[in-house]
Design a protein around this ligand. Sequence first.
Ligand code: SAH
Ligand code: SF4
Ligand code: F3S
Length: 472
Amino acid sequence: MATTKITKEEWAVSEEYIARLREDNANFAALCGRPRLAHTETYGCQQNVNDTERIRGMLHKAGFEFTENAGEADLIIYNTCAVRENAEQKVFGRLGILKHLKEQRPELMVAVCGCMVQQEHITEKIKKVHDHVDLIFGTHALWRMPQLLYKAMHDAGVVVDITESDGSIAEDVPIMRDKEQKAWVSVMYGCNNFCTYCIVPYVRGRERSRAPEDIMAEVRCLVKNGTSEISLLGQNVNSYGKDLGLDIDFADLLRMINEIEGVRRIRFMTSHPKDLTDKLIYTIRDCDKVCKQLHLPFQAGSNKILKQMNRHYTREQYLAIIDKVKAEMPGIALTTDVIVGFPTETNEDFKDTMDIIKYVRYDSIFSFIYSRREGTPAAKLDFVLSDEEIHKNFDELLRVQNGICKEKNLEYVGRIETVLVDGVSKTNKELMTGRTESGKIVNFAGTPDMVGNYIDIRITKAKQWSLEGQIE
Ligand code: SAH
Ligand code: SF4
Ligand code: F3S
């Protein structure tokens, strides 16, 4: 299906409802002596984080203010993830707790949106078990939130919109970002890959790329407002442009953004090995602003499992890419995603995964125990290994990788690294924190006015998950 944009007329309807909500909220504030407060919680990947920023952008325009404390909110929105069962269980747990809050304060509005509710069986369950939920909207309906919320606030009963509108992109939705210095920019939505374990293509729809001029305009606007680090987002970011018919691929897009004055760092995720071309490798190498960091999920080390996962590459092809990347950019930071316990995985297959971990020596990995997702092809497969064996393998993977991670961090001690300062450290409130070009967290003694600056830090200590240093 060709990519289309939500028309100006369609977006005008959302704007009209933003205005109505604004009027409602002004009346509320006049009556109650305080603004209406919204509380948002985000589960899942950066794509969802970026979607929540759009939700908050619309709410802000509609006159809502925000609170971190769900207990004092007038509107609570959960932006949910469906990728693994535990992500869904967390949300069901939260909804259970909210039931009591809603009993005490019936005027509280509860909304659930995002990937989880894009699955019909989940929405049915929420309607049945959690009838205190007022609004449910899926990933495709995000831009229609103003009219849906207005309806939910004025009508009795639950408002539901989980219709699919594959192939469309909403460009005009306002955005409210957390940070000034760095920003997520979605360059494409959806996924066409249908890895057999994964729910994402079902809940996010088919791949659709934003027009390059829209992306460039967003980046230029960000730079004007003080942003210098741009992270380009897509479930399969390096297949960018295939649907546009413009002869512009992801490597071209990187080059275009690299030329924007004021951009200092460019990151991107997630790349699929099957679309990682030599052209892209050379582009990462040659573009001075593109961080020498690559997240390249391999998921499993055995060719048998890779085939059953429908990943479209072999371990040999994956390792050939890694070898080439390392040869072209010595010292590049590599990260990956790995699944342990795919149903047909044997201990032999798992050894192949461990071999890749030991060979590549990733800076860090995101490892997951396979989680059965209803409606995906792998959900029909029987398990070879027991739960206990799968957990044992998972622990072994973590143990080996933790060692590699620490060794990799130790290599930084004594080096001077340029760090973009993010804020106060979460682990030690006395310290400031930032990231190196390679994406490592560095904590150091500094002052809050340094946020957004690039500062040279001499690395003095390597910890398991972060580095420590002093201003040079
Ligand atoms: N599009 C990205 C990320 C998708 S979701 C990619 O292809 O890499 C993030 C990660 O969750 C995946 O890389 C995979 O490792 C993991 N994942 C997806 N489905 C899963 C499942 N059913 N069980 C366990 N992990 C899963
Ligand atoms: Fe899921 Fe595979 Fe698409 Fe990634 S590439 S989102 S793992 S289907
Ligand atoms: Fe989860 Fe949806 Fe992202 S399923 S991982 S939030 S695309």
